[in-house]
Design a protein around this ligand. Structure first.
Ligand code: NAD
Length: 376
């Protein structure tokens, strides 16, 4: 396959296609750039994962880690596997993948969960590798040597905590009181619900939340505990009693001061961008706003906090786990890093009259270039 369609000055440094004869495991690892540190990125297990798909995700990780100011580069990997294989077969494939990657992991690659992999697979990866540093996303009680600090479970909602911190900085930036603002959150999964939790604990008013079944809206505010209960017991936030049920797409045109898309990609686009009434959009999901959509929002003076800045809490948590920090320190680190880096991004964006995404990209690229220069 020709590499020319994606290789550039930043990478990729390595593309490995691996095969284990004994288990018939077929896998891919793309390491984009390691100037700042080992490549960080998850292992996805899907039937048709490709090098091109893995590379795209790898590059996003390069910018996300650089912008979060972490000593990590970008990487991502995949194991070709049907979605319905047994748990035992999954473990067998992950163990084989880990053994084959030992020459590069953890030195050049630190794995993590992604599509169809979680803490069980990370336990298998770390055990087969022999080093706790070979992956993050391990369970809290997992140790190789007695006394070692192990995993940080995702129940802490690291990504949502970072999205919340981004909302705090963004509100301050435009002189909006977060406590007096109204907030709408698209999606009530890992990112959406943890963002809602931290906003609720802060005392903010969440007026709308959506999931795949629809949107629940109440101008006086929704109760986070009740939302969590109905979602767990009845499968959807639309079962919340005191509120109006709307089609899920209507969440984007509500009169909320802050809109947090935290579910799927491209949901704000040329078709609905003119309906947006929010003053701030914090991108919890990956690419929830199309490029054209972001441009139009910028020209209307709506502040958009880009995904790779706002949702970096997860990878910052991975770094905390990697260096053996506890969950309290992990949350402190997310607050520190997201606040500091987002302020740098917003000040550059304001001074140069460019979109926050452009400012963030320039800062990330500058950090990677500087690290590459220092190595040469
Ligand atoms: P998830 O699967 O836990 O939750 C997704 C939620 O979206 C569910 O509540 C689902 O009901 C809802 N949903 C599906 N279709 C919808 C629709 N049409 N309208 C409204 N809601 C809908 O996923 P997640 O981990 O929360 O990830 C969400 C997004 O955030 C993805 O883009 C993901 O790539 C990105 N992200 C996640 C993390 C993380 O740590 N989990 C980190 C960075 C980025």
């Amino acid at each position: 396959m020709s590499m020319n369609f994606f290789a550039d000055e930043f990478g990729p440094e390595k593309i490995l296609e691996v095969y284990d004869v004994k288990t018939n495991m077929k896998g891919i690892l793309v390491i984009d750039n390691t100037a700042l540190g080992p490549g960080k990125g998850g292992i996805r297990m899907t039937p048709n994962v490709t090098i091109r798909e893995v590379f795209r995700l790898t590059r996003i990780m390069t910018w996300k880690c650089a912008l979060a100011d972490l000593p990590f580069g970008g990487a991502k990997s995949g194991i070709i596997a049907d979605r319905n294989i047994s748990k035992e077969r999954k473990i067998e494939l992950v163990e084989a993948f880990s053994r084959v990657l030992k020459p590069v992991s953890p030195e050049l690659y630190v794995a993590a969960p992604d599509l169809n992999t979680g803490e069980t697979e990370m336990t298998a990866y770390a055990l087969a590798n022999g080093s706790l540093k070979s992956c993050t996303g391990k369970p809290a009680n997992m140790c190789i040597k007695p006394g070692e600090i192990c995993g940080i479970p995702h129940e802490y909602g690291a990504t949502g905590f970072g999205v919340f911190q981004s909302a705090v900085v963004a509100a301050l930036h435009i002189g909006l009181s977060l406590k007096r603002s109204s907030i709408a959150i698209e999606g009530f999964g890992n990112v959406g619900s943890s963002t809602a939790k931290y906003l609720h604990d802060f005392g903010a008013r969440i007026i709308a939340v959506s999931d795949s079944k629809g949107c629940i809206f109440n101008e006086d505010g929704l109760d986070y505990q009740e939302l969590t209960k109905v979602k767990a017991e009845m499968g959807s936030v639309t079962k919340y009693k005191s509120g109006k049920i709307l089609p899920h797409r209507e969440i984007f045109s509500l009169s909320a001061d802050i809109l947090i898309p935290a579910a799927i990609s491209d949901v704000i686009n040329e078709k609905n961008v003119d309906d947006i009434k929010a003053k701030i959009i914090v991108e919890g999901a990956n690419i929830p706003v199309t490029d054209k959509g972001e441009e139009q929002l910028f020209s209307r003076g709506i502040l958009v906090i880009p995904d790779f800045v706002a949702n970096a809490g997860g990878v910052i948590s991975s770094y905390a786990e990697y260096i053996g920090e506890n969950p309290t320190k992990m949350l402190e680190l997310i607050k520190l890093k997201i606040t500091r880096n987002l302020k740098i991004v917003l000040s550059k964006s304001k001074n140069q009259g460019i979109r926050p995404r452009e400012a963030a990209m320039q800062i990330a690229q500058q950090r990677v270039r500087r690290a590459m220069k220092n190595l040469s």
